[in-house]
Ligand binder design. Structure first.
Ligand SMILES: Nc1ncnc2c1ncn2[C@@H]1O[C@H](COP(=O)(O)OP(=O)(O)O)[C@@H](O)[C@H]1O
Ligand SMILES: [Mg+2]
Length: 268
């Protein structure tokens, strides 16, 4: 039995690419309103896992249980219809129209007057303003074409649109890779506010400080397996680095390659 607040449960997910075992039995759970940071070295299997959750790849074995039901999404569109989406920076926005138009793309509010369809611009703008305010996002004008907005603002639009249309679980794969310090800080704040509205968030990051700033729980993937699943308040960056590298915690010798990775992680 999954408890009522469970949003997504992964049960023994495996994925093979030919002879490569990318995922070797991944199980963990994401609750509504919870931010889970997914950490792990390059090649650990993080992106593969996120693609399986969001319908971009089919698992070789195991179950994806969403809102208590086993689901097998055969495309990202199918996952999106169920409320699961990977949000990329600006990939799905139309840059030559404004923020409101992007929010309502294909879902415009139209009323008929003497049989003639009329876009309800004021109503749509008010709805977008409300959605943006809920996430604490400030954009100079909702009538600005997206081409004039920054990467961080575009990401905010994508995320707020996702929430507005009933999104339930959002997946973010290295969302701040192209953003500066201040935009990243705002992005992390926005994620917390979105989670506070009951949305589940999975964020892949290789920057330990970001994970500790935003996550309720940290799940570490190492060589296709869960190497750690801990509450952020009950762990430390050092301990998470040990999980990522497989380095010893109690004074055992740490292999040379793991020492290298530990050094690079601590530089962030
Ligand atoms: N389409 C693919 N074909 C073959 N191997 C793949 C494919 N995608 C990922 N892999 C392999 O699966 C493993 C996990 O990759 P990935 O999920 O991208 O790791 P991460 O995102 O943690 O860096 C790696 O060994 C990678 O080379
Ligand atoms: Mg990856």
């Amino acid at each position: 039995m999954t408890e009522p607040k469970s949003l997504l449960r992964l049960d023994n997910i495996t994925k093979n690419f030919g002879a490569i075992e990318a995922l070797r039995g991944i199980s963990f759970e994401i609750k509504r309103g919870e931010v889970v940071a997914l950490l792990g070295d390059n090649g650990a299997g993080k992106s593969t896992l996120v693609k399986i959750i969001s319908g971009g790849l089919e698992q070789s074995g195991g179950k994806v249980i969403f809102e208590g039901e086993e689901r097998n999404f055969s495309s990202p569109a199918e996952a999106k219809a169920a409320g699961i989406e990977t949000v990329y920076q600006d990939l799905s926005l139309c840059t030559n129209v404004d923020v409101v138009a992007n929010f309502f793309m294909g879902r415009e509010i139209v009323k008929r007057f003497l049989g003639i369809p009329i876009l309800q611009e004021a109503e749509m703008e008010a709805a977008v303003a409300k959605a943006m305010a809920n996430a604490g996002t400030k954009i100079p004008s909702l009538r600005t074409n997206v081409e004039h907005l920054s990467g961080g603002q575009r990401q905010a639009i994508e995320l707020n649109r996702f929430v507005h249309w009933g999104g339930k679980l959002v997946l973010l794969d290295e969302p701040f890779a192209a953003l500066g310090v201040e935009q990243t800080r705002r992005g992390l704040e926005m994620i917390k506010r979105i989670a506070a509205q009951g949305i589940g968030v999975v964020i892949i990051t290789h920057i330990m400080a970001q994970a500790f700033q935003v996550a309720d729980r940290i799940v570490v993937i190492r060589q296709g397996k869960v190497a750690g699943n801990v509450l952020r308040t009950q762990t430390s960056p050092d301990e998470v680095v040990q999980m990522i590298t497989g380095g010893a915690i109690h004074g055992e010798a740490i292999p040379a390659d793991a020492q290298e990775t530990q050094k690079s992680l601590q530089q962030h």
